[in-house]
Design a protein around this ligand. Structure first.
Ligand code: FES
Ligand SMILES: [Fe+2]
Length: 393
């Protein structure tokens, strides 16, 4: 059977173990938590890809991802204590070393530790994020991105969790900007955001590339968009794009952020966005820059309450406080349109337009690859470029 024909988009919303999309996503390393949200010596529960895990950082800071429950009688190991590189269960004190091997059963006269192994997953930290390989068998080589490995400052934003499918974010195309972000653009005088853009998309050896131009202009002609004309997508779920640096004190010069966003399902009806920005500033300037970016974290606590009020019709996006940072109002605007779409099957029939080319390509690649996986055909071996994409144009 040709699996790609049988599958449809709504079949990709389920992400748990054994589901078509869940199996595909588990073939790749995925970010699961921001490193700074878990101090060394702490354990926390983690829900990702429709499964529960325990994640902890050893006292030396090394991250570990393990099964959620203790193999003894199922208590969440996130309740336990970190001791050196090992984790001790809160219920009866069994202790597991950094490989998951049980090494202590303090209540037992005749311990049988050698027979008990806690499932643990290959884990790495990179770009301020904890990554894990949650699939079976040997993990693929850990993907590094030359754009993030250049000299400069990396800022890893608070993880954004939206109560909708990861597809709602995948489908968030460039054409939404002058409409969804209209209120922010008008409030902050960002007329550039109101310009309607078109995008040509093409498959590449790493996923796809989008090339934007201003509506009515020939693609490739001088548009004044600078690096913002390009978007890259690394299959299966990583976007890379460029934006003029907007940190306080750093605007108005030719300084470009390279932004990467990993969109990872938390479960079938919510997803996390892990957002990492690289800015090419170094030395003394790098310290001032990091401090300016840290200020932006403060508005995060109330933003989704406001978004829910807007969705409920109690206020409008134009009513957001005038002094709110554009960064925060942007996320509220995106929340309203993406969460508001609801699940794929509940939306009724879509009527796609030529300017939906990006999501048509994305869906085609995903259905092709997941279809190949479920019918045991060969998958595309995506290749991350060895040179920074920010160097191209
Ligand atoms: S449940 Fe963990 S030691 Fe008993
Ligand atoms: Fe947006």
């Amino acid at each position: 059977m040709d699996g790609s024909k049988a599958l449809e988009l709504a079949d990709l919303e389920a992400v748990g173990p054994g589901t078509p999309a869940g199996r595909y996503l588990r073939l790749f390393w995925q970010p699961v938590m921001r490193l700074k949200d878990l101090p060394p010596g702490r354990a926390k529960p983690l829900e990702i890809l429709g499964e529960m895990f325990t994640v902890y950082r050893a006292e030396d800071g090394t991250p570990h991802v393990t099964a959620y429950r203790c193999p003894h009688r199922g208590t969440p190991l996130s309740l336990g204590w970190v001791e050196g590189e090992s984790l001790r269960c809160r219920y009866h004190g069994w202790r597991y070393d950094g490989t998951g091997q049980c090494v202590e059963q303090p209540n037992e006269d005749r311990p049988f530790c050698e027979r008990i192994h806690l499932r643990s997953y290959p884990t790495r930290d990179y770009a301020g994020l904890i990554f894990a390989y949650l699939g079976d068998g040997k993990p693929p080589p850990f993907p590094r991105y030359p754009d993030m490995d250049r000299p400069g400052v990396i800022v890893t934003d608070p993880v954004e969790i939206l109560p909708c499918s990861y597809w709602n974010r995948f489908d968030n195309d460039h054409c939404h900007i002058p409409w969804v972000h209209r209120a922010t653009a008008l409030r902050t005088g960002r007329n550039d955001l109101l310009v309607i853009r078109h995008e040509r998309v093409e498959e590449t050896e790493y996923g796809w590339r989008g090339h934007r131009s201003i509506k009515g202009e020939e693609p490739g002609s001088e548009t004044g968009l600078g690096k913002a004309k390009l978007t890259h997508w690394f299959m299966p779920n990583v976007r890379l794009f460029f934006a003029p640096c907007r940190a306080k004190g750093f605007q108005g010069r030719d300084l470009w952020d390279t932004k990467m966003v990993w969109t990872v399902p938390v479960n079938d009806t919510s997803h996390a966005a892990f957002d990492v920005t690289h800015t090419p500033v170094e030395g003394e300037e790098a310290r001032a820059f990091a401090a300016a970016r840290a200020e932006q974290e403060e508005e995060h606590d109330t933003r989704w309450d406001l978004a829910e009020k807007i969705l409920a019709g109690e206020m409008t996006l134009e009513d957001l406080p005038a002094d709110m940072t554009a960064y925060t109002s942007f996320t509220i605007e995106d929340y309203c349109t993406q969460v508001g779409q609801g699940p794929i099957r509940g939306r009724g029939k879509e009527n796609l337009a030529p300017t939906d080319a990006r999501l048509v390509l994305m869906r085609r690649l995903w259905l092709r690859e997941v279809g190949a996986l479920t019918s045991d055909r060969e998958l595309t071996n995506w290749k991350i470029p060895t040179e920074p994409l920010s160097a191209g144009n």
